[in-house]
Design a protein around this ligand. Structure first.
Ligand code: 1Q0
Length: 214
């Protein structure tokens, strides 16, 4: 998959998310991070106005890649093994930020919340019509998800950036997966795995009371 700043293949990105689950329904860290890297490459084609978003995503992906190349890498093979390793060894700040401000658990939680936004946005993009405004679809999905975790200043910056999004047809064309109809069909194919990854992670975090990590 291409990771350059302005090269991407969105179809491959979404297929990567499909390959995240192993046969035990665990989420594999490497394809999960690959999926995010592909999305960031796509985001980078949308202009500098989104660079504050991609910088944050890149730094979170980097934190996780560092774990994956550390001596502890095997513990970070799946989201499930990461949660059990970090909790067992007291490597997570549970109540307030302290010794472990960049634990795997809190870092993945931020990406997980963003995945919910992605799910809502792609679903609304898929089911909207040519009259719909991408910026409004994006704002609605953001307000229904990620915005709840962001302070006012980030919500403001994000909302302003969303107004710079191109019209729906241009946006779908920019995905470079063929005609508009083909792009919409691809979203329909990709969404179930994104939903599944989101649901499994949500259940895992809920089970361990990790949904509010500082
Ligand atoms: C299409 C437009 C995409 C716009 C991206 C929407 C997300 C907006 C989020 C803005 C927040 C970024 C600034 C930093 C926030 C952090 O404070 C926050 C919390 O972290 P921390 O360490 O401070 O506690 N970070 C986050 O909430 C993580 C945000 C990650 C956002 C990752 C977005 C990746 C890009 C996605 C492009 C998707 C393109 C969709 C089209 C695909 C079509 C198949």
């Amino acid at each position: 998959m291409a990771h350059g700043d302005d090269t991407y293949n969105l179809k491959e990105v979404l297929v990567t998310f499909k390959s995240c689950l192993n046969d035990k329904q665990e989420i594999l860290m490497d394809p999960y991070l690959e999926g995010w890297k592909g999305l960031v490459s796509f985001l980078n084609t949308m202009g500098a106005i989104f660079s504050f978003v991609s910088k944050d995503a890149v730094s979170k992906i980097q934190i996780m890649e560092d774990f994956r190349s550390s001596d502890q890498k095997d513990h970070y093979e799946t989201l499930q093994s990461m949660v059990s390793y970090e909790l067992k060894n007291g490597l997570v700040d549970l109540k307030k930020t302290g010794v472990y401000p960049t634990s795997g658990c809190r870092t993945i939680l931020r990406l997980h919340r963003a995945l919910h936004w992605l799910q809502l946005f792609l679903e609304s993009l898929r089911t909207s019509n040519s009259e719909s405004r991408t910026s409004l679809l994006c704002i609605d999905s953001y307000n229904a998800s990620l915005a709840n975790y962001h302070p006012w200043i980030i919500r403001k910056a994000a909302t302003m950036a969303f107004y710079a999004l191109p019209a729906r047809e241009t946006f779908l064309e920019n995905m470079k997966v063929g005609t508009i109809e083909e792009a919409v069909a691809m979203l329909g194919e990709a969404l179930p795995s994104i939903v599944q990854i989101y649901d499994i992670t949500q259940a895992l975090y809920a089970q361990h009371n990790l949904l509010d990590l500082p």
